[in-house]
Design a binder for this molecule. Sequence first.
Ligand SMILES: Cc1cc2nc3c(=O)[nH]c(=O)nc-3n(C[C@H](O)[C@H](O)[C@H](O)COP(=O)(O)O)c2cc1C
Length: 187
Amino acid sequence: MKVLAISGSLRQNSWNRKLLRLASKVLKKQGAEVEEFDLTPLPMYNGDIEAKGLPDSVISLRNAIKNADAVVIASPEYNGSMSSAIKNAVEWASRPPENVLRNKVYFVMGTGPGRSGARGMYAHLSAAIQTEGGWVVPSPKVLLPGVEQIISPEGELLDNSVSELLDQAMSKLLETAQRLSEREKAV
Ligand SMILES: Cc1cc2nc3c(=O)[nH]c(=O)nc-3n(C[C@H](O)[C@H](O)[C@H](O)COP(=O)(O)O)c2cc1C
């Protein structure tokens, strides 16, 4: 299984990037191939740019999603919703000639130092992906408030229960992607 890993925070020292890398480690341990895609070079979606021809960074994003069996996203919550960086990626990925978000399996997770556990981000990002025909794994949820107690500044996991949660979550992602690919082959 090929999994694409995307951080919805552009910050190099982002907590969500650290969470994403912990999830990537788990996925590799479970036998998946993982590629991380950095959203930093992506321009804001603009129909004028699109009309002139897709920029290389957009083509790379679209190809990376297309070639993956599953996508894992770790995104912060901004203003009770998702970050503009991840929404922008969804916008570019959904455009013709092919909506590359369709019929893929996604795991959406999020964290931050606050108490919300990025639930607003989860609701809005899942809805956007589902609108475009993607399948979001509904459980278990990896929405972690108070990240400073869970991940060290160096990116090490400090909490064993979260380690178990990540194991379960990533195995659910791979299992769901496997089932979807078997179903597609059978049709
Ligand atoms: C523009 C902006 C809006 C934010 N809104 C929220 C919010 O609605 N809920 C929340 O829990 N944290 C909010 N935060 C705090 C972020 O969760 C926190 O900065 C987090 O560390 C960002 O993720 P990162 O470390 O992966 O970059 C906001 C931060 C910014 C910059």
